[in-house]
Design a protein around this ligand. Structure first.
Ligand code: SF4
Length: 183
């Protein structure tokens, strides 16, 4: 293995964490709270529960619950009961939450740095990183939380998209979100 790869990815991840911490100061948010907020802005309706956030972040339920309470107290997320199953509570990002994420996630300086590459370079880099992520997920067995369109249950029908697992129709936007049931 090329050792530079690990060092570079680790360094970028570290810088992103530092920048994220800095960006979160405007709302008094800790990085973990921002990570939860960002996750909720990218996941689908099967994955926006406290349990799914806990699984995704790999933290204890207590820590995640505390972070979600803070996001709720700052009106960045709201809780909504599932229309079919009242036992399920969805966590939805509010307009205020979306506005915050639109200026901080990814951090502005990261976007500027990536934009110094050509579109072709950006696409190539995304392709290689995506391959590494896929291989890494496979070898660790942590294959959930993939993008819906790449899931084996995602079916294209004459009327649009269908989830073969839940038998529910999916919008085009749904297929771009991440899902804890992804296979
Ligand atoms: S097709 Fe797969 S990723 Fe998409 S909603 Fe269904 S289980 Fe989730």
């Amino acid at each position: 293995m090329n050792d530079d790869l690990f060092n570079l990815i680790e360094r970028i991840a570290n810088l992103l964490r530092q920048e994220t911490r800095f960006e979160g100061q405007s709302l008094g948010l800790q990085p973990i709270q921002q990570e939860a907020l960002y996750y909720l802005s990218t996941c689908n309706k099967y994955s926006d529960t406290t349990l799914a956030v806990t699984d995704f972040l790999g933290l204890t339920k207590g820590t995640v619950s505390q972070s979600l309470k803070i996001l709720e107290s700052k009106a960045l997320i709201i809780r909504e009961k599932d229309s079919n199953d009242k036992r399920i509570t969805h966590l939805k990002v509010t307009e205020k939450g979306k506005a915050f994420l639109s200026t901080t996630c990814p951090p502005k300086k990261f976007t500027e740095s990536v934009n110094e590459l050509t579109n072709e370079q950006q696409n190539e880099t995304a392709k290689f990183l995506s391959e590494i992520l896929k291989n890494y997920q496979k070898s660790t067995g942590r294959t959930a939380f993939g993008v819906c369109i790449n899931c084996k249950f995602n079916q294209r029908t004459s009327e649009g998209f269908l989830c073969g697992l839940t038998k529910e129709t999916l919008t085009t936007e749904d297929t771009t979100l991440i899902c804890r049931e992804f296979v």
